[in-house]
Structure formats: C-alpha cells, structure tokens
Design a protein around this ligand. Sequence first.
Ligand code: BGC
Length: 441
Amino acid sequence: MGSIYGRKGPSLRYGVATSAYQTEGGLQATNWAGWEKRRDPDGRPTIADGSRCGRATDSWERFDEDLACLTWLGVDVYRFSVEWSRVEPIRGYIDEAALDRYREWCVKLRAAAIAPMVTLHHFSEPAWFSGGGGFAGAGGMGAWLRFVELVEGRLGDLVDEWLTLNEPVGYVVQGWLRGVWPPGSQDPTQAARVLEQILLAHAAAYQLLHRGAARRGRSCAVGLAHHHVVFRPETRRPWDRWATRAVDASYNRAVPRALQTGELRLWLPGLRYRARHPSLVGTQDFFGLNHYQPLRVSLGWLGDGPLPGLHIGASDRGEHDDLGLELDPTSLSEAVRAVAAYGLPIHITENGTCDGAVPDERRCRQLVAALESVEALRAAGVDVRSYVHWTLVDSFEWAYGWSAPFGLFRLDRQTRQRKPDEAAYLYRDLIRRNRESLAES
Ligand code: BGC
C-alpha cells in the first residue's frame, strides 16, 4: 500500500462520478422513463428487478448533501452529467431554472475547490429526441448541437473539462445490438450507423465547446468517456483467441482509432462496417477511460444473439462482484496501458465495484488495487492525471435497477440519507494521506 502515497511531481487528482438519470430523480421526459415501464415480449420487465428509478438518490433536491459527501471525502473533481431531458423536456422548450441550478452546482463546487467535469450525454436523452430517431434521425445533429451550445453558454465560464458522451460503444451495444436498453433493437448494421452518427455528434460538439471557450478568452479540455473492457479468451482454443482479438478491436479500439485517423472500422461475426470522416480526427484532448471488470469471449457454432456464435460474459473463476463479474485487481493496469498507446493524457473517468455487502470489503480491496496500479503506472511514466471513482451514493443501475449498488455511500431508500461505508473512509484516508505526504515532500 505504501506505493499509493507520496509521489513527487504533479499530483494525481481524485474524484467521484455520477450521472443525472441515475441520481437526480423525477425525470419524466427521458427515454428511460418509458423504457422502465415496458416489458420484454416474454413478459419480463425491462429492468431486471422490476424497480423504477423514481426519485433516484434525489440529488436534484439534495445537491448540498452530495456536496457535503464530496468535501468530506476531499476529492478534487466531481464528474456529473447535465440531463438534456430536464433542460429541454419538450422540443424547443428550455427550462431556464434547470440550467440555473446546474450553474449553481458548478459555482458551489468551485467554491469548495472541486473541479466540475461535465458530461453532456450519459445514456439518457429526451424521449422526443429518441422518438425522432435520435442521433441517426433527421435533425438529430442540429438538436444536439443546440443543446450543447445552450449548456456551453450557461456553464462555459465555470467548466474546464467536458465529456461529450459517456461510452458511445456501450450505448450502442446495449441499445441496438443486445436490445437491453432503449430503443431495444437488435440490428448490427443500425448499431454501426448510430455509432458513426454519435461520433460525428461528438466531433461537432468538440469544435463548438472549443469555439465557446475561445470566445471567452479561455481554454477547455474536451474528450469522451470510453468504456474499455479487458477481454480474455474463455479457452486457449485458436477460435476463442481470434474472437477475443476481434471483439477487442471493435469494442475497445475502433472508436479511439476513428478519432485519430478518421476511419471507423468494425469487424465481428455478422458485422462488417467501414466509414471515413476526416472531421473526427484529433477531437480528443485527453483519453477518458471507464474501466470495470474483465469479460471472457468464446466462439461457438450456435447462438441466438445478433452476432452469430459469439459469447461474451463473466467467468466462473475467482471472486465476483454482485453482478457476477470477476474481480481482477490487475485489469485496470492492463486497460490503462492499452489506452496509453493513443498518446493522450489519461483521466480515469470511472472505475468501481458493485458490492452491496456492509462493510463493502470487496470494493475496498479493488479500490486499493486500483490506486496502487495508478501510482505504479505514473511512476513508470504513464500520464494518468485523474482517478475518478464510480460512484458517490448507491444509485439506479440502468437495466439492473436498484439491485446493483456501486456507492461509496449507502443510500437509505426511505429517507434518502447517505451513510459512508468502509470504502468511503478508506478513499478519504488515502486522499488525505497522499496530500499530506505531497506537502511534506
Ligand atoms: C456507466 C455507469 C454505470 C457503471 C456501472 C458505466 O459503464 O457509465 O452509468 O452505472 O458503468 O455499471
């Protein structure tokens, strides 16, 4: 554990990340509101435990409580998202008071010496937008850019770091390939088209945010949060190894490569897709990395998913989190090394563990391992600037509903009170001790 403390040079920033839909509560105009109420054709609820997001952690009304948790932890960065469906619940109708409230959050964060890192699209979007075909629909790009411009106009003097999108590949895989998120489709070619469109939306937002900052005589850093999964072959058989490389290339590498070269290439069983867009090139100032647990890949002859024969899932080996995913203290380091190849400064924009046990002993172990790997990577010269933990308080976990707790703080769902679990004390202690040893050096 000693290696976490006291490294000379620019210090690592510590943070916590959340997203609006999972925390704010009361969001009626998002595409997720309708999705939660639907059932699969076989009668199963779209949210595995049948729950609804409802008031979530009530962060819209309890931001000051969240801020108290953040200052208690002593973090440097708070990553949160601005909810488009709150700002523009009906096409063309702007809720100015909502924008004011986000502004107030940024002011309060800065006053507490916590940098706001703002995400503009974290999976949820207005129902009117998705209903019109979303990013791939006619007028989708224009609507998106008007939203980005609005947010930049209101928060641009307070925000230095922006994430345009959260996990574009995850958004497309869950919504258009696996069909477990809205719009519930299983169409590989459409998935690829949507991915292409959202990358164009990212690139246009990148330019817009920079133009906004330049008009104010400031600068800002813009990126997106990539989900990088460490894929491992289920067996040593050559076809499993081949499938693992193909999945890694399409899931992990296709988007960063497209943002470097302008060429998007996807190649999986049942899907081949190529597109070229010079406007994508150079539209990341940093690499935003979201990393969780590794997955195993195998290739069989049969399968009823949209990509024939391809199986991706958790392994039976070792210890698991509450979602049945394999806990692996080494995979974060592997992921960081993989993305370091793009030559950009790295912000770990999400990393965490689903652990509902009290005390959250698995989360503690994973957190220590993560911070040790980050310090080792930095000592080896890898340019990791921030470690942002997912998440502050147990929140609504998309298709898993309320049954997948990732919070450093436990939520009492009746009173909405936040209570630190062991990992919160641990994180706070690590941050504090690291600061003290930096001050001494
Ligand atoms: C997403 C979060 C989610 C977390 C834990 C990330 O991929 O960005 O919204 O809660 O994973 O599953």
